[in-house]
Design a protein around this ligand. Structure first.
Ligand code: PEP
Length: 267
């Protein structure tokens, strides 16, 4: 992470875990553990922004814990309509009302288990932007796709969800590159593999919306990020943070990840 324009973002995806009491306790531990890092002014771009993506049911509880604190709150999904007869769905204005500033969109588990398509991702992205949320759009290839040398083609296709906007519309956009084979498997992409994919994503973003847009675009890496591998991943020039699943449920690990050592310190 070398570009001063891009403040790193370390985000925890709690998936479908934790009771309300456990959620409040973990949020409190994170808030206290990252207080220094997350509270730094934006004039100190090397210090990360920190966000927690929690289950819908825990949003208001965690919002209370994070009140008046710089750690951001996010949902794990959003529906594209604002209201109506859509049983089981939650809209972007409802997320804002519950205290969210961010939302994940198109996580690979949503794509694989619940049928989210690139078209659905685009509609969700549009709704999130309209409500003022910061969208974190997840993309990434499966193991079969990587082995068939189709990684870049898959990423390019998934990025069609980003077309039809303007650079200004997408000024808050964050992309998370999450190779599906690395999610929850303990098998992390090497720093070089992650850097290759991130550079490709940035170049594709430049083709869509220009170099200025692409150089300011934050691209997170996700897939078995841990305290032990975060420093070497974050030392790569096109990695601007991490989306952390399993280890975001362990306060000490997540806090260490959020306090990752920047390239110069890690040497
Ligand atoms: C994720 O769910 O987005 C993720 C990256 O999970 P894990 O860190 O457990 O691989």
């Amino acid at each position: 992470m070398t570009d001063a324009l891009r403040r790193p973002l370390i985000a925890g995806n709690w998936k479908m875990h934790l009771s309300l009491a456990e959620s409040a306790a973990l949020a409190k531990a994170v808030k206290e553990g990252v207080a220094g890092a997350a509270a730094a002014p934006t004039s100190a771009p090397a210090s990360p922004e920190v966000a927690l993506f929690v289950p819908f049911t825990a949003l208001t509880v965690v919002a209370q814990v994070l009140k008046d604190c710089p750690v951001k709150l996010g949902a794990q999904d959003v529906y594209w309509e604002a209201q109506g007869a859509f049983t089981g769905e939650v809209s972007a204005p409802q997320l804002v009302d519950a205290g969210c500033q961010m939302t994940l969109i198109g996580h690979s588990e949503r794509r694989r288990l619940f049928g989210d398509t690139d078209e659905a991702v685009k509609k969700k992205l549009k709704a999130a932007l309209a409500a003022g949320l910061t969208p974190v759009v997840c993309i990434g290839e499966t193991l079969d796709e990587r082995q068939a040398q189709r990684t870049f083609r898959v990423l390019e296709t998934q990025m069609t969800a980003l077309t039809g906007f303007s650079p200004a519309d997408l000024s808050r956009l964050v992309i998370a590159y999450e190779p599906v084979w690395a999610i929850g498997t303990g098998q992390t992409a090497t720093p070089a593999q992650a850097q290759d994919a991130h550079l490709f994503i940035r170049k594709t973003a430049a083709k869509l919306y220009g170099e200025g847009f692409a150089s300011g675009l934050r691209i997170l890496y996700g897939g078995s990020v841990k305290a032990e591998n975060v420093d070497s991943l974050m030392a790569q020039p096109d990695l601007d943070g991490a989306l952390v699943g399993g280890d975001s449920l362990k306060a000490a690990s997540f806090i260490r990840i959020a306090n990752f050592k920047a390239a110069a310190e890690a040497k």
